[in-house]
Design a binder for this molecule. Structure first.
Ligand SMILES: [Zn+2]
Length: 446
């Protein structure tokens, strides 16, 4: 069923021409390439990705009479998703060559950016169900320390051999599960933005992600065991999410507070156990933080909000800017955070009107949220069974660092999420404290 949805989404896509997912399909790499491209190939991989699929892709190209050369970079330390790395790959491209990225998240993102800035399209051979970016139109990369999703074109052609994907290290599949789990609270964030008239739900992209989500997440044990059918479901889900972002024109269908929290750790270049903590691992922990705040929020009665009083006491833009400089320190990251925050800041009469709307909508909005969201406990059990991190400690983040991250994550993006709603009603500190592992959940007067 997800396969049909992918076919429909590819047919609608402006950039993705073909997605081939199946067992043993690496052997089709040459004919697949020839259907969509012409000219010689440069195969771009790190040593790990090359080891997973490089030789088979190279042989398939040779078999189809396509000239290729290799550009393989070291796998240790794990390559960083930066604009600098993407630029260095673009510099390797010769006129007329098409890059084929062989690998998972980082390799795909940097080749995506390199190809886009070179004005050409590329093909991707996925080696792990580790994230949702193969078919998405953005590359989340750091530029001068600020992690942002840079608009790009997705891979024109995606090839995913399930024998390769299922044989990837189980932790990588756990990362993909974590990235997909983030779509649960991200859906909640979009419901909030929709209900408050800030960013309406898109009837095309929403069902592409939320329609199959619970099903894709329903078999964590089999995914952890590398069961090909379960891993195929995960990969199809991640692929559809990528296409949904392209269809919508932003990452809104796939990313909310969970990703804002994760991006801060990625910008801090978080390491644990000697390795850089992956995107999906950060998102898994961000997802838990977001769902714990939702659990807390849904215990509150926002029909007792006092919009006039709250609008009068809420911080104005200057106070927020001072807060940002205080939390981020001086420099470019704070400058960019201020720009993002300005774009969504409201105060005075505008905030008053929004809070009235929230108060009036709360019975219906809270019911919509309950119908879509998972409890944090349910998600914790699923993440653990999938082999994904659950608690901040699992990625080397202590409670104080987690709390600081939650409290500043909203400044990173103009996208409105549960963090903004909590801030606007003056309850972010309490909700964030409730989101710390082991915190007892309580109800407060509003
Ligand atoms: Zn993600």
């Amino acid at each position: 069923m997800s396969g049909d949805l992918i076919r429909d989404a590819v047919a609608r896509s402006a950039s993705v021409a073909e997605v081939m997912i199946g067992r043993g399909v690496l052997a089709d790499a040459g004919t697949l390439y020839a259907r969509h491209f012409a000219g010689p190939v440069v195969l771009m991989a790190d040593e790990r990705g090359w080891g997973a699929a490089g030789a088979a892709v190279e042989a398939a190209l040779t078999g189809a009479g396509i000239a290729s050369r290799r550009h393989v970079i070291p796998a240790t330390p794990r390559p960083k998703p930066t604009v600098d790395l993407a630029d260095s790959l673009r510099a390797v491209l010769k006129p007329g060559e098409t890059p084929i990225a062989i690998g998972s998240g980082v390799m795909n993102d940097v080749v995506k950016h390199a190809a886009f800035t070179a004005g050409i399209s590329y093909m991707c051979v996925a080696t792990a169900a580790s994230m949702d970016g193969y078919t998405s139109a953005g590359a989340p990369l750091s530029e001068k320390g600020f992690k942002k999703t840079i608009p790009c074109r997705p891979a024109k052609v995606l090839l995913a051999d399930l024998d390769v994907i299922a044989a990837a290290p189980p932790e990588m599949t756990g990362w993909g599960y974590g990235d997909l789990a983030g779509k649960v609270p991200a859906g909640g964030d979009w419901i909030i933005a929709d209900a408050l008239g800030i960013e309406g739900i898109d009837d095309v992209a929403w069902p592409m992600v939320q329609g199959g989500l619970d099903g894709w997440l329903s078999q964590p044990d089999r995914i952890a065991a590398g069961d090909r059918d379960a891993v195929e479901g995960l990969f199809l889900g991640l692929t559809l999410v990528g296409l949904a972002m392209e269809a919508h024109g932003s990452s809104r269908p796939a990313s909310g507070a969970d990703h804002q929290i994760a991006h801060l750790w990625e910008m801090d270049d978080l390491h644990f156990g000697g390795e850089r903590v992956s995107h999906g691992a950060c998102v898994a922990v961000g997802t838990m933080a977001s769902l714990r705040m939702y659990d807390w929020l849904l215990k509150q009665d926002l029909t007792t909000l006092e919009p006039a009083r709250r609008a009068a006491e809420a911080p104005d833009l200057a106070a927020k800017e001072a807060d940002i400089r205080d939390r981020f320190g001086p420099g470019e990251i704070a400058d960019r955070a201020i720009v993002e925050t300005r774009a969504k800041h409201v105060q005075g009469a505008e905030l008053h009107a929004r809070l009235q709307q929230l108060r009036d909508a709360w019975p219906h909005l809270s019911a919509r949220l309950r119908a879509r969201l998972w409890t944090a406990d349910r998600m914790a059990q699923h993440l653990a069974r999938a082999g994904a991190p659950v608690e901040a400690a699992d990625i080397g983040v202590d409670p104080d660092y987690l709390l600081r991250t939650i409290l500043k994550a909203r400044f990173l993006r103009s996208r409105y999420t549960i963090l903004d709603l909590l801030d606007e009603i003056g309850l972010l500190d309490q909700a964030a404290t409730a989101a710390l592992p082991g915190a007892t959940q309580s109800k407060v007067g509003t």
